[in-house]
Every structure is written in structure tokens, then in C-alpha cells.
Design a protein around this ligand. Structure first.
Ligand SMILES: [Mg+2]
Length: 248
């Protein structure tokens, strides 16, 4: 009995201590497969990482430069011409510059007031976006204003005027597809919601400015514009602000 038990134990010991050894070729194939899988996983991770980076826009270089379309009157400046003294302009407030233009063969002087912080605003956003001026005003006036704001910096080179607008029920609409056909990367800053009626998801509303020297609307927009330039599609963010269009 004892001897048979010890024999059993030995055989069990033998069984438990047995180590299976894969045939060499099989082992080689497994290693090959593992290596292949590791490579595949690595490739997959790399692809996923790249995709995440482009989606989350973590890398500025990976995102194309977007276009910021700027309105002039009551967005960046306010002006009045000879013979008109609007109640919004405080008497005695000196203009930032005076433009002399000829309209219908008549010389007209425009007294132009710059919105507070406009020079700084343009300096900063020109480093983030391609700037485009789009005004419903006449070209002779709009180009002169844009020249003054540009101040030889070459940041307001592309310009669109009244003749590029669509007239609808007496108001001028700015068609952004005239500026760029990819609407995912174009933003318009305009005080008139009617101007961007065709593209509300591309618009940043701003309250009309006439004379308030303590206005900081342009400064307030900088953090938002800084973030917006990294989005894959500006409409995914700006469409969420639709409810605020009436408030701003
Ligand atoms: Mg305007």
C-alpha cells in the first residue's frame, strides 16, 4: 500500500513538474505573430493619437489658418459726415481721423472715431487669422477707412464692399461663400445680425459702438477668438450662441 502510494506521488510529482515545450517552429511562429500584433497595435495607437490631436486641436500647426471677416461701421469704428451731428457723438469729441472722399461728384468729409482698443485687437487677431474686411458701405469710403486701420501693416489686404453684398428687402446681406467656400473655417464679426442672416452659425455678434470710451467689447472677444482658431469647424461652437444673438 505504502509503496503504491509513493509511486502515485512520484508520478503526480512528475506530472506537475512536467513542462510542455512547444516545438521550435511553433514557438517561432508565435513570436512572429506577437511581433506582428505589437506592430499593428503600435500603428493603431499612433493613428488614434494623431486623430485625437487633430480632433481636440491640441497642436496649433495641425489646424489650418481660419478667416476672420470684419465689419467696419459700429463694429470697429463709428463715423459721421459733414452736416450731421448724431446725438450719440458727444459734441467736441475729436475724431481719430478725417477722410475726404468724393461721392456723386460732391466732396464729403467723414469724421471717424475708432472703437476703443481696435488697434490692439487688430494687431493680435492678425497673428491668429487671415483678416478680411467686409462692409456694406461704398468702396470709396470703406477702402479709405480700411487703409487707416491697416496703418501700413498689411493686415487688411482683402476687402469686400457694398457691391459684393446681396440686397434683400432693402438690407445688405454678406454672403460668406464669396470670401471662402469652406464655411468651416470662416467667422464674421458684425454688429448687424441682418448682415450674416445667411450664415448665423459663422457669426460672432457684437453690440453696436457709437461713442462709449469705456467700451471693452473687442478686448472681451480675444480669449474666445484665441480658442476658436483651433476648432475643426467654427460652426460647432458658434451655433451654440444663437440664443445670444438678440442679447448682445
Ligand atoms: Mg456695421
Amino acid at each position: 500500500m505504502n509503496s503504491s502510494r509513493s509511486a502515485e506521488t512520484t508520478s503526480l510529482k512528475r506530472t506537475t513538474s512536467f513542462r510542455f515545450v512547444w516545438p521550435k517552429q511553433y514557438n517561432h511562429n508565435i513570436k512572429k505573430k506577437k511581433k506582428k500584433n505589437r506592430k499593428r497595435i503600435k500603428r493603431g495607437l499612433k493613428w488614434a493619437f494623431k486623430r485625437c490631436v487633430s480632433t481636440l486641436s491640441l497642436k496649433p500647426d495641425a489646424v489650418k489658418r481660419k478667416i476672420l471677416v470684419l465689419d467696419l461701421d459700429e463694429t470697429l469704428i463709428h463715423s459721421h459726415h459733414d452736416g450731421v451731428l448724431r446725438p450719440t457723438v458727444r459734441p467736441g469729441t475729436p475724431p481719430d481721423f478725417i477722410l475726404k472722399v468724393v461721392i456723386d461728384k460732391h466732396p464729403v468729409r467723414f469724421f471717424v472715431h475708432k472703437r476703443p482698443h481696435v488697434d490692439f485687437f487688430l494687431e493680435v487677431v492678425s497673428q491668429w487669422y487671415e483678416l478680411v474686411v467686409f462692409t456694406a458701405s461704398m468702396e470709396i469710403y470703406g477702402s479709405a477707412v480700411a487703409d487707416k486701420l491697416d496703418n501700413n501693416r498689411n493686415i487688411l489686404k482683402r476687402r469686400y464692399y457694398r457691391q459684393h453684398c446681396t440686397l434683400d428687402l432693402g438690407s445688405y446681406i454678406k454672403d460668406l461663400s464669396v470670401v471662402h467656400d469652406d464655411l468651416s473655417s470662416i467667422v464674421i464679426l458684425d454688429n448687424s445680425p441682418g448682415a450674416y442672416r445667411s450664415h448665423p452659425d459663422n457669426a460672432i455678434p457684437i453690440k453696436s459702438w457709437f461713442s462709449d470710451p469705456s467700451d471693452t467689447a473687442l478686448l472681451n472677444l480675444l480669449p474666445m477668438l484665441d480658442a476658436l482658431r483651433f476648432t475643426a469647424d467654427v460652426r460647432s461652437v458658434l451655433s451654440r450662441n444663437l440664443h445670444q444673438h438678440r442679447l448682445w
